[in-house]
Design a protein around this ligand. Structure first.
Ligand SMILES: Nc1ncnc2c1ncn2[C@@H]1O[C@H](COP(=O)(O)OP(=O)(O)OP(=O)(O)O)[C@@H](O)[C@H]1O
Length: 641
């Protein structure tokens, strides 16, 4: 016998074993979702067959009425979910029902804590799918025959969900997949017809193919007035609405139906945060139903992860993960796009560059931005804050990627700010502008490694004193974002760590004059510092931004900022040497003390130490920390004498 003609035992991939364990223990309070998952898979299988049959109608094999059937057998304690969709080959069964074929799965599972409540949240984003059958069944049998394959090339998969499954070649008279759940003794409530029908209506009403259940026939009876009531024959009764949800009128779709539909298409089992359902007719003809999830998927940052919309052409499913209709900074959006302008035989390649694709992408992007804008403007900000906390970092890619919508995206951005005493990113640019001082013309921000670092940066001292708000940025992407977001509402966005900080419009005449006088008086000391520090600095200046610190370094207006340098270094890029401008606070006791040091070599030592201190505060590290420590110790010893 060859290996494919007899029963074989296979082991599950380690992650499947883990998932099964987790699911059985953490989903007991929401067991009924197994039916939603299996009906959802059956509907996907019908969609896939319909798509392939577009180019090869013989695949229907005289059975083109696609449907799912649910049969209950009380005696055998089984539920059978049977579809006449695409079916699976033996190899497909092995890869789909024995492994989890999602990139990043291993990393995802390594994050699980072993604490059921936390982990169930996590697998919620991951999607449970087929394996949810084991929540209610102690044995699952799958009998499947691929469309177009011979009856005797079908395969039976069977497992009790404990690490192994068997595969047996079988003969199956019809195309498609039967999933047979052998219910655990405690789960026999799922054999109740009303119970199951209720679950189907609750979770699967929106499935676009009919979900059928067997309705027993009845014998002829006599009515109340003695008239005959004809006998009925047993038949398959459709128990769901069975129309594509997105084609229905908005006013006819309930909130719960929208939510359940989201779960069907997204494989997420938390409710969506928001959605937008639109029919467009005219130059372009399409319907879109776009959802913002509540939680970021586990693979949001995985470059290989697939994302995009489910594409239909005139109600016919064409493909999953059509990424052409959303820009990358909106890659977390889930939904359906049904176009009447694309041909039914459209492929990923053809989609790449058609006018229709471009116009659909523009339309969908604009819908999403409008939906987010509405959320951002809502009186209750809780929903938008949830959104921002999950997806804010992705939205920050927007201004660089989507120039045309830059202004709209800018309004969606949220930052931490000196206006709040917390690291929560909840200050928008519009709110900032509304609080600007009368004579203030720029929007100020500071980028650094962490909220704590920027919050305590010496660069903020004078702005704090003058009551000028500064946006505090510390996400990895922020420096990149600010390179592309140079102005908002006609105002420049200005880093307080770059270039000369000209607050002169905010100062009165007397202050300005005093500043000029200080600069003149200090010119000689600054020059001494410049000589002492040599080519380590681009320039030495009197600072107008410090009140409490002795010194700080700033980057010249058009030089690469410290944050950008760090970013490039972290990805292994060669960074050109950028010399900082060293700013001194002439009112600081330490600076005054150094200015009085007469011995040039001692002066040089002092100059180096406060320069290196300022470098440390700004960059977080020094090229030669040991020599800094030696210098500092020598000065301390001197003072201790
Ligand atoms: N009834 C079916 N007919 C044909 N193929 C099926 C059927 N059920 C499952 N499959 C195949 O098995 C794969 C795995 O199913 P499973 O439900 O575990 O994951 P999924 O549907 O891809 O995503 P999720 O885990 O989020 O539900 C499916 O992608 C599909 O290829």
């Amino acid at each position: 016998m060859t290996e494919t003609t007899q029963k074989q035992t296979h082991g599950f991939q380690a992650e499947v074993k883990q998932l099964l364990q987790l699911m059985i223990h953490s989903l007991y309070s929401n067991k009924e979702i197994f039916l939603r998952e299996l009906v959802s898979n059956a509907s996907d299988a019908a969609d896939k067959l319909r798509f392939l049959a577009l180019s090869d109608s013989s695949l229907y094999d005289n059975d083109g009425d696609l449907r799912v059937r649910i049969s209950l057998d009380e005696a055998a304690k089984t539920i059978i979910i049977s579809d006449n969709g695409i079916g699976m080959t033996r190899d497909e069964v092995i890869s789909h029902l024995g492994t989890i074929a999602k990139s990043g799965t291993k990393e995802f599972f390594s994050q699980l804590s072993g604490e059921a409540s936390k982990d169930s949240q996590l697998i919620g984003q991951f999607g449970v799918g087929f394996y949810s059958a084991f929540i209610v069944a102690d044995k699952v049998t799958v009998r499947t025959r691929k469309a177009g394959a011979a009856a005797d090339s079908a395969v039976e998969w069977e497992s009790s969900g404990e690490g192994e499954y068997t595969l047996t070649p079988i003969s199956k008279s019809s195309r498609g997949t039967d999933i047979i759940l052998h219910l655990r003794d405690a789960e026999t409530e799922f054999l109740g017809k009303w119970k199951v029908e209720g679950i189907v209506t609750k979770y699967s009403d929106h499935i676009s193919i009919p979900v059928q259940m067997w309705e027993e026939g009845s014998a002829e009876t006599e009515g109340e007035d003695g008239e005959k009531v004809a006998a009925t024959e047993g038949h398959w009764k459709v128990v769901n609405k069975a129309t594509a949800l997105w084609m229905r009128d908005k006013s006819e779709v309930s909130e719960t139906e929208y939510q359940e539909f989201y779960k069907h298409i997204s494989h997420d089992w938390t409710e969506p945060l928001s959605w937008s359902h639109n029919k467009v007719e005219g130059n372009s003809n399409y319907t879109s139903l776009l959802y913002v999830p509540k939680k970021a998927p586990f693979d949001l940052w995985n470059r290989e992860a697939r994302h995009g919309l489910k594409l239909y052409v005139q109600r016919v499913f064409i493909m999953d993960d059509a990424e052409q209709f959303m820009p990358s900074y909106l890659r977390f959006i889930k939904g359906v796009l049904d176009s009447s302008d694309l041909p039914l035989n459209v492929s990923r390649e053809i989609l790449q560059d058609t006018k229709v694709t471009q116009s659909l992408r523009k339309g969908c992007t604009s819908r999403v931005l409008k939906m987010l804008e509405k959320m951002a403007k809502a009186e209750d900000q809780a929903e938008y804050q949830t959104f921002w906390n999950e997806f804010g970092q992705v939205i920050k890619e927007g201004p660089a990627e989507d120039f045309a919508n830059k202004d709209q995206i800018a309004k969606l951005l949220r930052f931490a700010s000196t206006n709040n005493d917390s690291d929560i990113q909840n200050v928008g640019l519009e709110a900032y502008v509304s609080r600007m001082k009368e004579s203030q013309s720029d929007i100020y921000y500071l980028v650094g490694d962490s909220y704590e670092a920027v919050k305590h940066s010496p660069h903020l001292e004078v702005l704090r004193k003058k009551g000028i708000e500064v946006l505090l940025l510390s996400d990895r992407i922020d420096e990149w974002l600010m390179q592309h977001l140079t102005d908002f509402d006609g105002k420049k966005l200005r880093s307080v760590a770059k270039g000369g900080l000209d607050l002169s419009k905010l100062d009165d005449q007397a202050t300005k004059q005093a500043q000029q006088e200080t600069e003149q008086q200090f010119a000689a000391v600054a020059a001494r510092f410049k000589v002492a520090l040599g080519d380590q600095v681009k320039d030495v200046k009197v600072s107008h931004r410090l009140t409490d610190s002795p010194a700080c370094i700033v980057t010249d207006e058009f030089d690469m900022s410290t944050q950008m340098m760090k970013l490039m270094e972290s990805v292994g890029q060669k960074v050109p040497e950028v010399k900082p401008i060293f700013e001194l606070n002439p009112d600081h006791q330490l600076v005054k003390h150094i200015a009085d040091v007469q011995d040039e070599s001692r002066f040089k030592q002092w100059a180096e130490v406060i320069f290196e201190q300022a470098l440390l505060a700004e960059r977080g590290s020094l090229k030669n920390p040991a020599s800094f420590v030696t210098r500092l110790n020598s000065l301390l010893l001197d003072l201790a004498k």
